[in-house]
Design a protein around this ligand. Structure first.
Ligand SMILES: [Zn+2]
Length: 109
């Protein structure tokens, strides 16, 4: 059975395990096939770059690497913690996500 991921790009999440535990950031990318996410400022790896036309001096760049989607939870500002999300189906058939802890709707269109 395919896992349904409730998280999407631009969600704020908190890391719940690993060396970045407790860090918060915005999801930059979701890779649903691999079950990975890239989160702003989380799992940042430094890379030495050789000089190239875009960066003639070379040097060190920092880049976020993917982490397992199960290592993060949606960060609810109201609860001030990582929470599980549920889905509500609206009258017009649209799905809206809400925080299962406080009931706050997190998708605002
Ligand atoms: Zn909440």
């Amino acid at each position: 059975m395919a896992v349904k991921y409730k998280l999407k790009k631009d969600d704020e999440v908190v890391v719940i395990t690993g060396k970045d535990k407790g860090k918060k950031g915005k999801i930059l990318r979701v890779d649903r096939k691999k079950g990975k996410v890239i989160v702003e400022n989380v799992h940042v790896v430094k890379r030495h770059m050789k000089p190239n036309p875009l960066n003639p001096d070379g040097g060190i760049i920092e880049k976020e690497m993917p982490i397992d989607i199960s290592n993060v939870m949606f960060y609810c500002k109201k609860c001030d913690k990582g929470v599980r999300l549920g889905y509500k189906i609206l009258d017009d058939g649209k799905k809206q996500r809400f925080c299962k802890s406080c009931g706050e709707v997190v998708d605002k269109d």
